[in-house]
Design a protein around this ligand. Structure first.
Ligand code: GTP
Ligand code: MG
Length: 203
């Protein structure tokens, strides 16, 4: 699947703008600056498909990317890059608006098959991550925790963080039991995540 074409479809600033389409959606959620847009780029092998930047609050819309054979919706997938929650270098009112939009999308989108919940491997689970996990548990939305920026940690610390996060995730009913350790910089863990997501696009 990830060898197929990937194209930007639409960016949305409100729930009423979300596109209707026949594809299964996989969303990338997480705190600002955790590496959501970079992960979409790493998965699709495109450096600038989703705009990434060092400024938290880069992604300001719900961005839809169609992945799959151009002329057939079978075995195609919609990747959805979300604005971050938590800290962002933007006015408070705007951050609150993005957070409301992200939560509404996560809770109320029927096409949503899986959420990749990104956690910076250096920081682990924060209070707002746990809040989102609780919300997804109660809405019965399937999610998988993906640790990012593994290249910034040594292997011993990375293993320890992975074990701690995996133990916490095991207590959440809607969470996929596998926690992946990834780096968009080195490509570590990317083939494994591709394999997990590709399975969701199968008819
Ligand atoms: P918002 O859209 O603002 O919520 O951020 P985001 O979660 O989309 O993060 P983005 O992909 O824009 O990345 C934020 C910063 O982290 C950028 O400077 C990236 O280059 C950097 N980054 C992302 N992934 C990795 C990674 O795996 N390793 C390293 N070293 N840096 C990364
Ligand atoms: Mg982004």
């Amino acid at each position: 699947l990830f060898a197929q074409e990937c194209t930007f479809l639409k960016g949305c600033v409100g729930m009423e703008h979300l596109p209707a389409h026949p594809l299964v959606e996989v969303a990338f959620a997480g705190r600002s600056n955790v590496g959501k847009s970079s992960l979409v780029n790493a998965l699709t092998g495109r450096k600038t498909l989703a705009r990434a930047s060092n400024t938290p609050g880069r992604t300001q819309e719900v961005n839809f990317f169609r992945l799959g054979p151009p002329h057939s919706d079978e075995a195609a997938l919609m990747l959805v890059d979300l604005p971050g929650y938590g800290f962002a270098r933007a006015p408070q009112a705007q951050v609150e608006r993005w957070t409301r939009l992200v939560m509404a999308y996560l809770r109320g989108r029927s096409a949503l098959r899986r959420v990749c919940l990104l956690i910076d491997a250096r920081h682990g689970l924060k209070a707002n991550d746990l809040e989102v996990m609780g919300m997804l548990d109660s809405a019965a939305v399937n999610y998988q925790v993906v640790l990012t920026k593994a290249d910034k940690l040594g292997p011993t610390v990375a293993r320890a963080t992975h074990a701690t996060v995996a133990a916490a995730v095991a207590r959440h009913v809607a969470a996929h039991p596998d926690v992946l350790l990834t780096s968009s910089e080195t490509g570590a863990g990317i083939p494994e995540l591709r394999a997990q997501l590709a399975a969701l696009a199968l008819p």
